[in-house]
Design a protein around this ligand. Structure first.
Ligand SMILES: NC(=O)C1=CN([C@@H]2O[C@H](COP(=O)(O)OP(=O)(O)OC[C@H]3O[C@@H](n4cnc5c(N)ncnc54)[C@H](OP(=O)(O)O)[C@@H]3O)[C@@H](O)[C@H]2O)C=CC1
Ligand SMILES: N[C@@H](CCC(=O)N[C@@H](CSC=O)C(=O)NCC(=O)O)C(=O)O
Ligand SMILES: [Zn+2]
Ligand SMILES: [Zn+2]
Length: 379
């Protein structure tokens, strides 16, 4: 391939500073080193975690950086020793790596991987602790080990899932984050059983994917909680059976839910990133067995609290990253499920724009009716 071993100059959206509009720059992307893969990103969506880091509230947020972590593309070239993917393969970059060799991967108890996390948390590659991105010689940090708001990116080989080449990349890019997170929170983390009563706090993409997962698991009631009652119409299509707006009640929302469910729900999911709601989500769970899963990402300095008595009396508090899915092994499986029409993806895409319109896409995230906006990165 003509570009193999060469620096590629391409367009990328650079976040120079927290909260300042992203700038479309000509970025130099260095060739992949040993154990690295350079990917031509074709489509990327925006997730609320990108907005969170951009806001400056992420303790791991470093600037300048290239954000983005929900994407799909084609391998352009690979570094020395890379055996599992080759140029031309269709791939989804995975912010949660899977090396299959580290203590975490071997434990069988978690989908977290320790192989490259120390580097991805500080915006560099493992090999030389440097970035592969620069603008006129100035290094630009990577983000979450993916940096998909760029026409080309470099990732660790343990962070690449090879997928069915027939899958439409403009759709399955969503399987890089939000949809798997919601489905997996239900299937892997909570392990919701048939006939369970489920509460979902926050009806964005992640919350709706929780509802979809709970419906597939056979939940008998799926109660959606959101501060915008207009969300119920859409939420019904994802499996939500009842809707509660905290603004319609004088009582604390946990009490409303306990009263509605004869003592509390079997499972609850916080899909917002609000620590007060996390408390309510735990406290609306049934005494003796109710389990609450924290999915939302809360800002730096925020802490959760509850009376320890809530746990003494049998409620369980858990959290999930990427829905507990092992990325390289299970993202291809999720793509196959989508191809067999067993999970929704298209239904979460409400907007399509181009990379050049990325600031408009961030604005859209705060607008009613926006779930996921997919950017055509090369338009
Ligand atoms: N753990 C993980 O692996 C992952 C975590 N995340 C995190 O999950 C969270 C959800 O992501 P996403 O679905 O994209 O985000 P969204 O913002 O689309 O969804 C959150 C929803 O909650 C609503 N909401 C806000 N405040 C309240 C409240 N007090 N009570 C009830 N509803 C409320 C929002 O309404 P409105 O829009 O009107 O504010 C919105 O509809 C984020 O924090 C994100 O960072 C995402 C992916 C992976
Ligand atoms: N950097 C943040 C932590 C953000 C966070 O919790 N990320 C989730 C994924 S959110 C995706 O949209 C995650 O997988 N965490 C596990 C991990 O290894 O990062 C902070 O420090 O608050
Ligand atoms: Zn995300
Ligand atoms: Zn590992």
């Amino acid at each position: 391939m003509a570009t193999q071993g060469q620096v590629i100059t391409c367009k990328a959206a650079v976040a120079w500073e927290a909260n300042k509009p992203l700038a479309i720059e000509d970025v130099q992307v260095a060739p992949p080193q040993a154990g690295e893969v350079r990917i031509k990103i074709l489509y990327t969506a925006l997730c609320h975690t990108d907005a969170y880091t951009w806001s400056g509230k992420d303790p791991e947020g470093l600037f300048p950086c290239i954000l983005g972590h929900e994407a799909a593309g084609v391998v352009e070239s690979v570094g020395e020793g890379v055996t599992e993917v080759q140029p031309g393969d269709h791939v989804i970059p995975c912010y949660q790596a899977e090396c299959r060799e580290c203590k975490f991967c071997k434990s069988g108890k978690t989908n977290l991987c320790g192989k490259v996390r120390a580097a991805t948390g500080v915006g560099v590659m493992m090999n030389d602790r440097k970035s592969r991105f620069s603008v006129n010689g100035k290094p630009i940090y990577h983000f979450m080990g993916t940096s998909t708001f760029s026409q080309y990116t470099v990732v660790h080989d343990v962070s690449v899932a090879k997928i069915d080449p027939l899958a439409p990349l403009e759709k399955v890019c969503l399987l890089g984050c939000g949809v798997p997170t919601g489905l997996g929170a239900v299937w892997n983390t909570a392990k919701v059983e048939k006939d369970s009563i489920v509460a979902v706090f926050g009806l964005g993409t992640v919350g709706l994917a929780v509802a979809e997962g709970a419906k597939a698991a056979g939940a008998s009631r799926i109660i959606g909680i959101d501060i915008d009652s207009k969300k119920f119409d859409v939420a019904k299509n994802f499996g939500v059976t009842e809707f509660v707006n905290p603004k319609d009640h004088d009582k604390p929302i946990q009490q409303v839910l306990v009263d509605l469910t004869d003592g509390g729900v079997d499972y609850s999911f916080e899909c917002i990133g609000n620590v007060s709601v996390m408390r309510a989500a735990l406290e609306c769970c049934h005494k003796g067995w109710g389990t609450s899963v924290i999915v939302g990402v809360a800002a730096s300095g925020q802490e959760i609290s509850t009376r320890p008595f809530q746990l003494v009396t049998g409620r369980v508090w858990k959290g999930t990253a990427f829905g507990g899915f092992k990325s390289r092994s299970q993202v291809p499986w999720l793509v196959d499920k989508y191809m067999k029409k067993e999970i929704k993806v298209d239904e979460y895409i409400t907007h399509n724009l181009t990379l050049g319109e990325i600031n408009k896409a961030f604005d859209l995230m705060h607008e009613r009716g926006c779930l996921r906006c997919v950017l055509d990165v090369h338009a």
